[in-house]
Every structure is written in structure tokens, then in C-alpha cells.
Design a protein around this ligand. Structure first.
Ligand SMILES: *Cc1c(COP(=O)(O)O)cnc(C)c1O
Length: 561
């Protein structure tokens, strides 16, 4: 044999299970795991290593990157991969930025198991393991939220955003059976709160209805949808010849963890539809983030078997009291890549009635939905994807490994840490006003005011002017910058759209706030003191800098005059 012709099958796992190839593979995986371990520093939110990411970073990469003519040995390729991971954000105790979780070991193992056979979830004959896991996890999560697993359906898809888009497809086709063939009528309207994720905005654009037909509903102080405003807006639409088709109730907002009241929304939509003799709009619960608190649905809050700290327990009970209404939604979503602790992308879309999926299937004569067909008949022609990864296996793995109690423990820990940090913030830094105090959970939003007083009640009531609020937004933006500059130490988040409030001069404006998101399993209550101490110092710096800028501006004005 020609020496230049090495056997490329060596780049694949074996077909006979021989020990030599197995050990080679395990060694290579070991090299990656060890390599990452060597980059870890628990006191930093970045892995070790240095990356010069200047203004021409990507341009230079594009200039230098070409496919090598000859391949490299795998241990050398691994070295290159580990180079990529250098200076990467990592979920140490100071990683507090957003809903960006660590992938758990069972989550990663589930992925590896799926990759070992590389089935295609397009058809159960091509991907039987994924199909089996999918039917199981759909039933498990249906049962958890109070759907009937014998009637419900669902599948893994591309994100919470994909779930919202599919909900919209169902909504349109429920109202207008000819839409799938003739196209979408232009008098259809969708509704979500001002605090909702932008996914629905994108979906309206992508569905061809247009984002002008998305009506944003006012929120209360707790960032939940004002259901009276929803009713008024729906009445308006109907009065003008429009058809309300879709309501997205956010049940956990990504910024403030506001939870829309699904029971009220459902009741109102029912009665309004009856009054007008129209089809009730499809209700999707955007539970991508907050749905996981349904793990507390059967928790005994009175006996508190997990010994959860009392303030956190009260918070969890308040959350559960809203999340238990998830079953009122026609469809919903669990982003396992968020609080489910699995890698990207592992989102699970659920429908209360699997038969709804027939509306968006290619062949309307079939009953194609998962779990309602025999083996060999399960084609997912109703998904927007064609080929699909078997991410259900990772979800299954995590559900088995954590169990309900494991998720309860983890979520309780996040809430306990957040509760402890809030208490310390109030005590140590009263000028950092918590602006989502009504929402217990894992997120704290705090906002600074230039006079160091709590201006939030006035903002919410609408007694501050646009200029006053803008000035304070600027102060908060300065804090974003200062925290951002030093995020190698502690990594916080921020938002420029926490609550839209009316102003004294008749405008509406969103408030800026810094965000602290407890998301790492390595952030323990014992870290709260350091975190708040650090913030105290950064906030002091922010006020100094702000005063310096103001002084400079006023001296310029004097010169100018
Ligand atoms: C994250 C999130 C989304 C988007 O989910 P992806 O998985 O990123 O597509 C939508 N809605 C809410 C409330 C979210 O938190």
C-alpha cells in the first residue's frame, strides 16, 4: 500500500469495538477535559490565556484561515481547539451576567451518547434513540406542568424563539385553515407584553404578517402583563376589523423574571372570544426560562423537606403560585439549555393537544405527532427543521440525573444566593435601588439615581420628566461601562429596557438597570459578601466619574457663555 495513503477510517470510532481505538478516543477526550481544567481559575470569570481581540481581529482571522492540505494528528488538532477556549468566559462563582448556564455533566454525557450513533431525529427509523428519548421527555415535562401526557405532544427545536415561532404557525392555522396554502391574511394580530422577549417580533416579520401587527401590552411594576390593557387592545383590534390570533404570555421575563398571569389571560381571552363569536387566540406560554420552577409544583412548602432558607422559600412559593398555571397555555417551552442544565441547543416545545400539530404538517391526512404513532411512522414533517439532532437524549440524561429533587436543590440554591445578595445590597448600598423587588427568583435588577435617593416610585407613577429619567439612565450606563471594563473579575449584565414608564411630560421611556443573574452552581451564599463589596466599590467609582463629567460639562458651558 502507498505510504501516503493512511487509512482515513482511523478518524472514526471503530465498527467492532476494539480496545485500541476506544482507548485512543478516550485519551483524546481526556486531553480536552484535562486541557480545560488546566485553564481554570476559580477567582476569575475567564479561562486562562490571552487573546488580543483588537479592531481587526476578525478581519485578520479571515485573512489567515485556509483549509490545510494535509490533515493534522488529532492530539495536535485538540491543541488548536484548546487554544480557542483560552480566555473564554467560564461559569465560576463570579459569573453573574445573564441566562448563560454551565452545561452539566449529565447534559454533556447525553450529547456524547447521541453523537456516538448520530441518529437523525427527522424519522424514528433513522434516529430511534432520539425519538424514544423525545417521547419520554415530552411525557415527563407534560406531566410536570399538568398537561395530559396521553394528549400532549412536542419536540425538541431551535430555541425558545423557535417555540414562539411554531406557536405562531399553529395560531395562524387554527384561525384560517387556508393560510398554509394561500398565505397569511394581513389582518391577523399578536400580543405580548412590553417586557416580552423580542422573539415574537422576529416571528411576526418571518411569518410575513409584519411586526406592525404585534401589539405590545403594558406591564405592571412586577413586569407582568396588564390583562386589562390586553383586553382593551384586543377589543380595539376587533373593532377595526382585525383578528387576534396569538397571545404570548411570558412566564419568566429574561430581564426581571416577571410572570404573566396565565389563568387571567386565558379566562379573559375565552370570554372576549365568546362575546364576539370568534375563535379564541392561541395562547403560548413563553416559559423558556421560568418554566423550570414547575419543579416546585408538588413541593411541600409547609414541611420544607429540603430545608430551604425561609426568605428563599417564600420567594419560591410566590413563583410557583404563578407557574402552576402553565397548563392554561395551548403550547409552551422549556429551554433546557437555560435552567435545564444541558448544552445548546436543547429546547423543548410542548403542545397541550398534539393534534394541533396536524395543522402545520405537510400531509394533513396523517396523524404524525410524536407518541401517537407506531414505530416507523414517526416523521416530523411539521417541524421547520428537516434533519434534527437528538438533543432529547441530553435532556433525558439531565432529567434522570437531577430528578425533581436535584432541580429543586439547584434552583433553591440560586434563589438563596440571590436573596442573600439582595439583603446585603439593601444594607450596604442603599443607593443601588432594586427595581424588580416584587419578583423573587434568580435575577436582581438595580438602578442608580444621581441624587442617591430612590426615584423609582416616582418613575413608576409617572411624575418624573423625560430629561430627568434620561440623565439617570446615563448614570446607569456609566455603571454598565465600569462593570464591563472589569468584567474579568466579576461579570454582571445590564438591560436598557426594564419597565417602560410614563413621564410627567407625556412620553414613555424604558429604564436602564444593572443585572445580577445567579446562574452558576459554583456561586454559593458565602460569596454574597464579596460580590456586594465589589459592587459597592464600583458604584462609588461610578458616582465619582459621573460628578467629574457633570463638573466638566458645566465648566465648558461657562466658557462657552
Ligand atoms: C431565552 C429566551 C427566549 C429565546 O430563547 P432561545 O433559546 O435563545 O431561542 C425567549 N423567551 C424568553 C423568555 C427567554 O428567556
Amino acid at each position: 500500500m502507498n505510504n501516503n495513503r493512511t487509512d482515513v477510517s482511523a478518524l472514526f470510532p471503530s465498527d467492532d469495538g476494539n480496545a485500541e481505538q476506544r482507548n485512543h478516543f478516550i485519551d483524546l477526550i481526556g486531553q480536552i477535559v484535562t486541557g480545560v481544567d488546566e485553564l481554570k481559575d476559580p477567582e476569575s470569570v475567564y479561562l486562562k490565556g490571552h487573546k488580543e481581540r483588537g479592531p481587526h481581529f476578525y478581519q485578520e482571522l479571515a485573512g489567515n484561515s485556509r483549509i490545510p492540505v494535509s490533515g493534522s494528528p488529532l492530539h495536535e488538532v485538540n491543541e488548536e481547539l484548546l487554544q480557542l477556549l483560552q480566555a473564554h468566559p467560564y461559569h465560576t462563582k463570579y459569573f453573574l451576567t445573564n441566562i448563560l448556564p454551565m452545561a452539566s455533566i449529565p447534559g454533556v454525557l447525553g450529547m456524547i451518547a447521541a453523537f456516538m450513533v448520530n441518529g437523525n431525529n427527522l424519522w424514528d427509523v433513522y434516529g430511534p434513540a432520539g425519538a424514544e428519548a423525545e417521547v419520554k421527555v415530552v411525557a415527563m415535562m407534560s406531566d410536570l406542568v399538568g398537561y395530559n401526557p396521553a394528549e400532549s405532544g412536542g419536540y425538541t427545536t431551535w430555541g425558545g424563539q423557535g417555540a414562539i415561532f411554531t406557536g405562531l404557525r399553529l395560531a395562524i392555522n387554527k384561525i384560517d385553515g387556508s393560510a398554509a396554502k394561500k398565505g397569511v391574511p394581513h389582518n391577523l394580530y399578536a400580543f405580548c407584553s412590553e417586557a416580552a422577549h423580542y422573539s415574537l417580533y422576529k416571528s411576526m416579520e418571518a411569518a410575513g404578517i409584519g411586526s406592525n401587527n404585534l401589539i405590545k401590552i403594558r406591564t405592571y411594576e412586577d413586569s407582568s402583563m396588564d390583562v386589562d390593557d390586553l383586553r382593551e387592545q384586543m377589543e380595539n383590534v376587533i373593532a377595526n376589523g382585525g383578528v387576534p390570533v396569538y397571545i404570548v404570555a411570558t412566564t419568566g421575563t429574561t430581564d426581571a423574571m416577571g410572570i404573566d398571569n396565565l389563568e387571567h389571560i386565558h379566562k379573559m381571552a375565552e370570554s372576549l372570544s365568546q362575546k364576539h363569536g370568534i375563535h379564541r387566540p392561541h395562547i403560548h406560554a413563553d416559559s423558556a426560562l421560568g418554566g423550570f420552577f414547575a419543579f416546585f409544583n408538588n413541593y411541600n412548602f409547609a414541611s420544607n423537606p429540603l430545608d430551604i432558607e425561609s426568605d428563599a422559600l417564600t420567594g419560591l412559593q410566590a413563583i410557583q403560585d404563578k407557574i402552576r398555571h402553565l397548563h392554561f397555555a395551548d403550547s409552551l417551552c422549556f429551554d433546557f439549555q437555560k435552567l435545564g442544565q444541558t448544552p445548546y441547543s436543547t429546547s423543548l416545545f410542548l403542545v397541550k393537544r398534539a393534534s394541533d400539530l396536524k395543522l402545520v404538517d405537510l400531509d394533513p391526512d396523517e396523524t404524525p405527532y410524536v407518541g401517537h404513532r407506531g414505530y416507523g411512522q414517526y416523521h416530523t414533517s411539521y417541524t421547520l427543521e428537516c434533519s434534527r439532532m437528538a438533543s432529547s437524549i441530553s435532556i433525558y440524561s439531565a432529567l434522570l440525573a437531577f430528578g425533581i429533587e436535584g432541580y429543586q436543590r439547584l434552583l433553591a440554591q440560586f434563589v438563596e444566593v440571590n436573596t442573600a445578595i439582595r439583603a446585603l445590597l439593601i444594607k450596604e448600598i442603599p443607593e443601588a435601588v432594586i427595581v424588580n423587588r416584587l419578583n423573587p427568583g434568580i435575577i436582581t435588577l438595580f438602578r442608580l439615581y444621581s441624587d442617591r435617593r430612590n426615584g423609582f416610585p416616582d418613575e413608576y407613577e409617572g411624575s418624573r420628566t423625560l430629561a430627568e429619567i434620561e440623565a439617570d439612565n446615563k448614570l446607569n450606563e456609566l455603571l454598565f461601562e465600569i462593570l464591563g471594563r472589569d468584567r474579568g473579575k466579576m461579570f454582571f449584565g445590564d438591560t436598557k429596557k426594564h419597565l417602560y414608564v410614563p413621564t410627567a411630560d407625556g412620553k414613555r421611556i424604558a429604564l436602564y438597570a444593572s443585572k445580577l443573574f445567579v446562574i452558576s452552581p459554583h456561586t454559593k451564599v458565602t460569596a454574597a459578601g464579596e460580590i456586594v463589596g465589589y459592587l459597592k466599590q464600583k458604584i462609588a467609582e461610578t458616582y465619582e466619574e459621573y460628578n467629574r463629567i457633570i463638573a466638566e460639562e458645566s465648566s465648558h458651558e461657562k466658557i462657552y457663555i
